[in-house]
Each structure stands twice: as structure tokens, then as C-alpha cells.
Ligand binder design. Structure first.
Ligand SMILES: CSCCC(=O)C(=O)COP(=O)(O)O
Ligand SMILES: [Mg+2]
Length: 240
């Protein structure tokens, strides 16, 4: 097999469409969260994460202070239907998914090439990190219970829209580089299925690889000048 080769200090990976099928997020995880949002908000009104998320939903949607949980949930469901990856939605989903993984309701499944490749890179001393719209809490929970066991030990850092910023803005990738300890931008390799995310990472000086996986939403997208592969098996990574 002809493999693209990169020698880097860090590998940063997106989740949905890159290492986990989109259906694993939009069907499995969203369907788990959808009916639980209202009960979770009502059961945890004093949790600062919940209170901040609800306040943010109200402000974003222009709802009054007096808006009911049902009003807030209607907004959240609308965002899920539109796949708007709004931070307060992601925070609430993350809490619910944390509960689901901890109680055995959820088990993550990745594309077949992913776990062997990540284990190989990790064993070769290549540090791995995640940058996803999913909250850091949700990310860590999702790696703790998978069909391949607990994978949390593979990743040294997790970034989301709270601690890094929006995925389509170059400044978020600069913030991540700082969080990784300040490696030169051209020593970081980012994997994503979304061309706009790759554009932002490239603007920050990172190397990029697009995942055009068969059957996924961005399979036929225009990846411009980014390296494009169909699976992680097509990429070779070594520590600089
Ligand atoms: C348990 S992580 C769920 C990921 C998620 O909620 C999501 O929206 C995925 O977005 P990504 O940025 O990884 O494409
Ligand atoms: Mg993605």
C-alpha cells in the first residue's frame, strides 16, 4: 500500500466522521441524549454546568427568563435536528453521555482501521490528542467504554469548543498548539472529515489529512490541497 508519511510531534484527531461513524454520533448518541435532556435539566438545576448551559440556550434563542424546561428542550432538539454543534447543547449532551457510558448503556465503536492505528502510533511514542465539538467530558467518557476496551490512555489532551474555540477558526488551532506545550505548528498533524476544519488548521500552520470515508457525509467533498485518504491505514506517522 502507498502510504502518506508525516514526521510530527503531535497528532490531533476529530471524532465524528474521522474515527467514529457519523451514525455513531447522530443516531446512537443523539438518540440517547434527546429524551433525557429535559429530565436532566430538571434533576440538576444547581449543577453549574447545567445552569450555565440553560442560561446560554435562553440567551442564544431569545427566550425569556421565565421560559420553561420544555421551551429550552425544544430549542435543543431543533439544534440537534439541524446538527448545530452549539456549546451549551454539547455540554448537556456530554453530561448525559457520561452517565450512559458509566452505566453500561453506551459503548463506542470506531471505524475498523482506527484503534489498531492509534495503538500503533501511541506505542511508537507519537502523542495523540482529540479536538471535537463534543465536550471534553463527553469525549473522555466515550473513550472509556468502547468495543476495544478503555482507550482513554491513548490520549494526552482533549480539546473542545470551550477550551479551544470553534473548529472552523484558525485561532482555535493556535490555542490548541499552546495547550500542547507550544510545538512548532508544522510539527502538528490534524485529521478531520470536514474541509473547513482542515482549512482552519492549515491556516494555523498545521499539516492536515482529510478523511473521505465511503458512505460518510463528506466522502465526496472538495478537500482542495489537503492530503486525502479513505482510512488511517493509508497514513504513516513517526515522532519527530
Ligand atoms: C462523545 S463525543 C461526541 C462527539 C460529538 O458530540 C460531535 O458533535 C462530534 O463532532 P466532531 O467535531 O467530532 O465532528
Ligand atoms: Mg468530524
Amino acid at each position: 500500500m502507498n502510504r502518506d508519511k508525516f514526521t510530527v510531534d503531535w497528532v490531533v484527531l476529530d471524532i465524528e466522521g474521522t474515527i467514529m461513524p457519523t451514525s455513531g454520533v447522530h443516531v446512537v448518541l443523539y438518540d440517547y441524549a434527546r429524551p433525557r435532556l429535559g429530565p436532566w435539566i430538571d434533576a440538576n438545576p444547581d449543577d453549574p454546568v447545567v445552569a450555565a448551559a440553560v442560561a446560554e440556550v435562553r440567551a442564544d434563542a431569545g427566550l425569556p427568563e421565565s421560559a420553561s424546561t420544555a421551551d429550552v428542550v425544544a430549542v435543543l432538539h431543533g439544534w440537534m435536528d439541524a446538527d448545530r454543534k452549539a456549546t451549551p447543547l454539547k455540554s448537556l449532551q456530554g453530561l448525559i453521555w457520561q452517565h450512559g457510558y458509566a452505566h453500561g448503556d453506551l459503548v463506542s465503536e470506531y471505524f475498523p482501521d482506527v484503534v489498531p492505528r492509534l495503538r500503533e502510533w501511541h506505542a511508537a511514542g507519537v502523542p495523540l490528542a482529540i479536538f471535537s465539538s463534543g465536550s471534553v467530558a463527553g469525549q473522555i467518557a466515550s473513550f472509556s467504554s468502547t468495543t476495544e476496551g478503555d482507550l482513554t490512555g491513548l490520549f494526552r489532551h482533549h480539546f473542545d469548543t470551550v477550551n479551544a474555540g470553534p473548529k472552523r477558526e484558525a485561532a482555535s488551532y493556535a490555542a490548541i498548539a499552546e495547550g500542547l506545550g507550544g510545538p512548532a505548528p508544522d510539527r502538528i498533524l490534524f485529521f478531520s472529515d470536514v474541509p473547513a476544519e482542515l482549512d482552519a488548521a492549515a491556516e494555523a500552520g498545521w499539516h492536515t489529512v482529510g478523511l473521505a470515508r465511503a458512505g460518510e457525509p463528506y466522502a465526496d467533498a472538495d478537500f482542495g490541497s489537503h492530503t486525502v485518504v479513505g482510512s488511517l491505514a493509508e497514513v504513516e506517522v513517526a515522532r519527530a
